[in-house]
Design a protein around this ligand. Structure first.
Ligand code: IDP
Ligand code: MG
Length: 134
């Protein structure tokens, strides 16, 4: 399978709770490559672009203020099937339902603070890498 790129981001709770090293380790242990990595804030413009598909939903305003509330770790990750592999390491969106052994299952409790973001398709990955790394 050809190498693929995905965008992943350790969200403010993951950074605040000290899980950067463990999460990066899980991606590397799975054989994925960290191509780019940057600790910093998400701008309001980046947040709105990244979550455009959720505009108008009840959780949208909270999601935008949460993702801009503190530093995150922005990453470009590559490898065969990187998009799906990242999503599988992340676990289900709701940490209450995410399997133990997944990032959200191990480090999260609630949907509003679910530790990590990952692109849901190669097309989303390309769009999101553009938003965060230009
Ligand atoms: P994903 O992050 O697993 O791709 P999406 O459905 O794309 O999940 O939702 C984007 C983000 O919006 C989620 O990671 C979560 O932080 C937040 N979110 C989604 N649904 C809800 C909800 O019902 N309540 C609160 N936050 C939500
Ligand atoms: Mg999504």
């Amino acid at each position: 399978m050809a190498d693929e790129k995905t965008y992943s981001m350790i969200k403010p709770d993951g950074v605040r709770n000290g899980h950067i090293g463990e999460i990066v380790n899980r991606f590397e242990r799975a054989g994925l490559k960290i191509e780019r990595m940057e600790l910093g804030m998400v701008s309001m413009e980046q947040a709105k672009a990244n979550y455009a598909e959720h505009e108008g939903k009840p959780f949208y305003d909270g999601l935008i203020s949460y993702i801009t509330s503190g530093p995150v770790v922005k990453m470009v990750i590559s490898g065969p099937g990187a998009v799906a592999k990242c999503r599988s390491l992340m676990g289900a969106t709701n940490p209450a339902e995410a399997a133990p052994g997944t990032i959200r299952g191990d480090f999260g409790l609630i949907m509003d603070e679910n530790v990590i973001h990952g692109s849901d398709s190669p097309a989303s990955a390309e769009r999101e890498i553009g938003i965060f790394f230009g």
